[in-house]
Design a protein around this ligand. Structure first.
Ligand code: AMP
Ligand code: DBH
Length: 540
């Protein structure tokens, strides 16, 4: 079952140095529940689960999953919003040694069906409705298309499926029941991806628990810390940097915000005395504006994390004056490596860098296009290897040859500069991935959907600079016959069932694409053209 892929010698070193401690998620939660059974673990509206309750629920659900025949190594697509059941479900799956595949609430039919198929999932867990959308429709489509998908478990009204509360057994999973070992895969995260489909990222109990322990330490979390999960908690950042799971690791309280807006989040901060939360840059800007004249008491906040995309220095400088708390920049990836500015770093580094690696054994290389190390201080592509960075995506042999070097470094696709202090500054991106305010979009994936349109001969999707989102999505389309309108193309993509954040913000209908010297479409020229046009429009 251990397909984590670290060579034996390195694995031995990571164990010797105490990064991998031989503990599983089930054991971690059980230990917390034993040490502090009555401390609050999760707050979701008026529901408050103690550590004892969370552990008890997870063990009863795990027993129910056992009765359904869901066990070691089975893949289960989990698409849940920020509700307490998210944590119950993932811990129940951890206990069974089954692998949660963490979909985002924004994913639609194309993504959910694709994930179920790629993971050969035996089950999915969904909410009945969320944000005005009926997720049971996604499960229906996935079940039609994916024969392996036997069970659909629903939080809420199940319709023709099974309600989660019916699965939860009245007795906990027997302690004699064999569980996973710490080197087993715990979960499959999703990559933002540069190619057609999101790749599945296998994270082990050992390596993911290390990230929680180290993140909690760097963020100084303890039993009295209160973390507000604002972003969708399935995402690696609010889940593990230190996020909801890191907070539970430290014995603190996770408050789940159903939405990221200040109207919802600020009363929660005031009411629950939240000490730390994590945002993406566009949201941080909205919060900065809203906090200036809010009536809510935000004084409990100690740390405001911003990450997922580059945070502009002028905005970073406003965090302490407005919120009266420390800013922490977070530059991470679901594949592993996480960089943090430290709480005692000099102010100029906190404002102008994206932090430094969290582990002394994170290996960093910054290379030019030929793969040779750049001179110190120069910008190049970041490669990395370490005790919690994957050595390969799940079942993706061909892609792994491109995404990793022969000696196991992950090619991040990020262009960075290393300062003498060890801090990294993100300068851009070497790949076709678009980062729309922290939401990662594969250009190729959107292009493939557009190419399915009868009136589209060719399509190229690029990111164009944007003040609010960092980047927005712009599609260049060469029509076949009568040119389709942006309105109809948008509708078409929606019908194809892709997440709304991937649908292009701008459309350019053109008759040809610019080419590079080697005969490839020049994305760089298209990006330039779109950027110039945007600027012109602004000036008028
Ligand atoms: P993913 O691989 O989908 O988990 O997305 C990770 C990517 O998000 C990184 O490789 C970066 O491109 C981007 N990213 C995350 N945090 C930051 C940050 N603080 N500044 C700039 N880019 C970031
Ligand atoms: O963007 C990310 O994927 C990300 C950002 C910050 C991440 O995975 C993380 C921290 O762990």
């Amino acid at each position: 079952m251990d397909s984590s892929g670290w060579p034996g010698q390195l694995a031995a070193r990571y164990r010797d140095r105490g990064y991998w401690r031989g503990q599983t998620f089930g054991e971690m939660l059980a230990a917390r529940a034993k040490a502090q059974p009555y401390r609050p673990a999760v707050v979701d509206y008026d529901r408050r689960w103690t550590y004892g309750e969370l552990n008890g629920r997870a063990r009863r659900l795990a027993n129910g999953l056992r009765e359904l025949g869901i066990g070691r190594g089975d893949r289960v697509v989990v698409q849940l919003p920020n509700i307490a059941e998210f944590l119950e479900v993932v811990f129940a799956l951890f206990l069974r040694g089954a692998w949660p595949v963490l979909a985002l609430p924004a994913h639609r039919e194309a993504e959910i069906t694709g994930l179920c198929r790629d993971a050969e999932a035996v089950a999915c867990v969904i909410a009945d409705r969320h944000a005005g959308f009926d997720h049971r429709n996604l499960a229906r489509a996935a079940q039609r298309a994916v024969p392996s998908l036997k069970h659909v478990l629903v939080v809420g009204e199940p319709g023709e499926f099974t309600a989660l509360h019916e699965v939860r057994s009245s007795v906990p999973l027997p302690v004699t029941e064999p569980g996973p070992v710490s080197s087993d895969i715990a979960l499959l995260q999703l990559s933002g991806g540069t190619t057609g489909r999101p790749k599945l990222i296998p994270r082990t109990h050992d390596d993911y628990l290390y990230t929680l322990r180290r993140s909690a330490e760097i963020c100084r979390l303890g039993p009295y810390s209160v973390y507000l999960a604002v972003l969708p908690v399935a995402h690696n950042y609010p889940l593990s940097s230190p996020g909801a799971l890191g907070t539970l690791y430290a014995g603190g309280t996770v408050v789940l915000s159903p939405a990221p807006s200040p109207e919802i989040a600020f009363p929660l901060i005031a009411g629950e005395r939240v000490t730390i939360t994590g945002l993406v840059p566009p949201l941080a800007m909205i919060w900065l504006d809203a906090a200036k004249d809010t009536e809510h008491d935000l004084s409990s906040l100690r740390v405001l994390q911003v990450g997922g995309a580059k945070f502009a220095e002028h905005a970073a400088a406003r965090v302490r004056p407005v919120f009266g708390c420390a800013l922490q920049q977070v530059f991470g990836m679901a594949e592993g490596l996480v960089n943090y500015t430290r709480l005692d770093d000099p102010e100029h580094l906190v404002l102008s860098t994206q932090g430094r690696p969290m582990c002394p054994d994170d290996e960093i290389l910054i290379v030019d296009e030929q793969g040779a190390p750049v001179p110190p201080g120069q910008t190049g592509e970041l490669l990395t290897r370490g005790p919690y960075t994957i050595r390969g995506y799940h079942r993706a042999t061909a892609h792994n040859e491109i995404a990793f070097t022969p000696d196991g470094f992950y090619r991040t696709g990020d262009l960075v500069r290393l300062l003498p202090s060890g801090h990294l500054v993100v300068e851009g991106r070497a790949t076709d991935r678009i980062n729309r305010g922290g939401e990662k979009i594969s250009a190729e994936e959107v292009e493939n959907h557009l190419l399915a349109h009868a009136s589209v001969r060719d399509a190229v999707v690029v990111g164009v600079p944007d003040e609010t989102f960092g980047e927005r999505v712009c599609a260049f389309v060469i029509p076949r016959g009568d040119a389709p309108t942006p309105f109809s193309l948008r509708g078409f993509l929606r019908e194809r069932g892709i997440a709304a954040f991937k649908i292009p913000d701008r459309w350019e209908i053109v008759s040809a694409f610019p080419w590079t010297g080697v005969g490839k479409v020049s994305r760089r020229d298209l990006r330039r053209a779109a950027t110039a046009q945007l600027r012109q429009q602004k000036e008028h």
